[in-house]
Design a protein around this ligand. Structure first.
Ligand SMILES: *Cc1c(COP(=O)(O)O)cnc(C)c1O
Length: 392
């Protein structure tokens, strides 16, 4: 085989972490300032404000110094109390997983669970809230990445807000790749990070926090304080007047600063458009190749990841091994329930370009042929090119 597992691949087309933009990599190489130096404190305040602009928030976001699982777990630990009734919406592995965290902090957990190729139906949320007036916190994953499917969080958020409950949103793999912002979905805690669609490495959480979420967390005596899991400790971190609770991830902040400049400089609408176009070209190619999408309907297929159903008789892990060995291309597998059933092609940050759809389809199709499946690679490439060229 041409590409050894011991050498770097040619293309990483995963659903995160993704290759960072070259400018971000250069940003990571900036001087590592002392966190008490006034220059760093001014820089930190500036990056928090840039994050606020990118997230289109009217209040200051919080940056936590660990990849977004830290933010998600911290959200559960800080906001949810034993007196809360949590309604967790699970259309996939991440949505389901949040329920396990929620359960640690409150025994009262309700769940709406769909098939993992489906999306949450807002009508089901409306009915559940009507039947259970006691629901005080709702949690939802926007893009359940291991399924490549999108939940209608703006509609869900409007229902939750009318009910008066708090809303926790995992938007880790959608923010920056499509139109989604904390205030669009009326989220109280909105968790995302730089390592998916913003094209920076994993290492930080960016979190939108509503004023009433601050109040609820402060009133919760069990909310983590003086802890790595704390959100409260970081409320004033943006301010030069306050010392940091512990050393922030200085290099990661340097990378985030550049990633935000790239995002705001290119224009969010333009960034979302190239994610959508790349995903559309990929989906057209998948169908032309004779394969099926994992998503039950095109309307819920993510613009940042395309999940492809593994054809009968094909071993998914062997398929990805063949893709890497023959072409030096890396895709993502499924996770837990979706493991072995689908292959994921990521379109995130720097890889959200239609030409990568063409490369992904050629690599997937070529490896399928090598595994004995009659994939029409030519038709797939032509279909993807047609989508891309129609937009040019
Ligand atoms: C990537 C991602 C996270 C962060 O989790 P990891 O498993 O550590 O990568 C959280 N939620 C979603 C939806 C993600 O895609």
């Amino acid at each position: 085989m041409r590409y050894s597992d011991h050498a770097e691949p040619v293309l990483t087309l995963t659903s995160g972490p993704v290759n960072a933009y070259p400018d971000v990599l250069r940003g990571l190489g900036r001087t590592v300032l002392y966190d008490y130096d006034p220059a760093f404190q001014a820089f930190y305040e500036k990056v928090v404000d840039k994050t606020r602009r990118a997230m289109r928030l009217s209040t200051r976001p919080v940056i936590l110094h660990g990849e977004p699982v830290l933010g998600l777990e911290a959200a559960a630990a800080s906001l949810i109390t034993p007196g809360d009734t949590v309604l967790n919406l699970a259309s996939g592995v991440y949505g389901k997983g949040f329920g396990y965290w929620a359960k640690r902090y409150s025994p009262n957990l309700l769940e709406i669970e769909t098939a993992y190729n489906e999306a949450i139906d807002p009508q089901a949320v409306r009915d559940m809230l009507r039947e259970h007036p006691e629901v005080s916190v709702v949690s939802v994953c926007h893009h359940d990445t291991p399924s490549g499917t999108i939940n209608p969080i703006d509609e869900i958020g409007a229902l939750v807000s009318a009910h008066g409950a708090y809303l926790i949103v995992d938007a880790v793999s959608s923010f920056g790749g499509m139109k989604t912002h904390p205030e669009d979905c009326k989220a109280d805690l909105y968790v995302t990070g730089p390592n998916k669609c913003l094209g920076a490495p994993p290492g930080l959480t960016m979190m939108g926090v509503s004023p009433r979420a601050w109040d609820k967390m402060k009133a919760n005596p069990a909310a983590p304080r003086a802890s790595m899991l704390s959100i409260l400790d970081w409320e004033q971190a943006w301010s030069r007047a306050e010392p940091f609770p512990f050393t922030p991830s200085v290099a990661e902040m340097n990378g985030l600063d550049v990633a935000l400049d790239l995002y705001l400089g290119e224009g969010p609408e333009a960034v979302w458009a190239r994610h959508a176009l790349t995903a559309k070209a990929t989906r057209a190619g998948i169908r032309a190749m004779g394969l099926s999408l994992w998503a039950a309907r095109e309307a819920i297929a993510s613009p940042t990841t395309t999940a492809v159903r593994t054809p009968d008789g094909i071993d998914e892990a062997a398929l990805r091994r063949a893709v890497r060995a023959r072409y030096g291309v890396v895709f993502s597998s499924g996770r837990s329930e979706t493991l072995g059933k689908l292959t994921r092609i990521g379109h995130m940050g720097p890889t959200a370009q239609p030409i990568y759809a063409v490369a992904a389809l050629a690599a997937l199709g070529g490896a399928l042929r090598a595994e004995g499946y009659e994939a029409d690679v030519g038709a797939a490439v032509a279909a993807a090119m047609a989508v891309s060229d129609a937009d040019a």
